[in-house]
Design a protein around this ligand. Sequence first.
Ligand SMILES: C[S@@+](CC[C@H](N)C(=O)[O-])C[C@H]1O[C@@H](n2cnc3c(N)ncnc32)[C@H](O)[C@@H]1O
Length: 286
Amino acid sequence: MTSLCPAIKPFVTLTSGHFAQFSESITRETGIRMPREKMPMLQSRLQRRLRQLNLDNLDDYRRRLFESGDSGSEWIEFINLVTTNKTDFFREPKHFDYLVDVALPSRDPGPGAPWHATFWCAGCSSGEEPYTLAMVLEEYARRRPGFEFSILGTDISTRVLELARAAIYEAEAVAPIPPEFRHRYLLRGKDPERARFRVVPELRHKVRFGRLNFMDEQYGIKDRFDGIFFRNVMIYFEKPTQQMVLSRICRQLKSGGYLFAGHSESLTGFNLPVKQVSASVFRQTR
Ligand SMILES: C[S@@+](CC[C@H](N)C(=O)[O-])C[C@H]1O[C@@H](n2cnc3c(N)ncnc32)[C@H](O)[C@@H]1O
């Protein structure tokens, strides 16, 4: 008798040898540490990917991945699969208070003088961080005539960059946004069954997104920035990688520009041209 159910693919078994090969290549290409505790996570994500590709054995997948080379399209998908993209609107909100109360006033060229400030969200995930920054800066601009800004958001994952560019979020995601900001900077979708919100075009136009891998020697960014948000990314890297990436990121700061790290991230022991000015906030000194 022919079954009406689609064949259930066998469970992918990741051997220690396979895991070592995957984890070594992930760390080499992205800097992300893959200790053995991550084996079940990798196994279940690979399982999902194999199902999407309709493959039922890991060797076929390994051939597809490793033989296509680092720039092959499966590498991009594989990286999408192994990155952790947790983020929120108004995450670690003290940074935004510091920005408005201290950092921006310290860089102001003078009352009413034209001023275009530039920002980089390095490891921006699905856009919540750069759009939070855009809302905060837009509020600042309402009180400070002549102030303009632009924001660059970059990430290694093409999946999250697509979400960031779309700028559409579920009700649960926008909950941390203060109500008056929600009212001013979000548009509600028309579907009465599903509350979804889109960032208003005036803010979207001030944020551009691009793919960037921190492991690349050259970032190809011509701009220097008044502020760089590099939060909750380096926790995934080993110390030497953190030093290398932080050095490259600091090169993109303007003189006296600010670097914001995640609250659980420390810059202690690194040789960098910045000094700490507040909890997980650093300022360019050279
Ligand atoms: C946990 S999220 C943090 C998002 C945001 N900065 C925040 O604090 O809410 C970390 C992001 O770093 C990105 N990432 C990890 N390794 C990277 C690399 N080598 N180059 C660029 N982005 C990377 C991931 O794709 C992910 O979206």
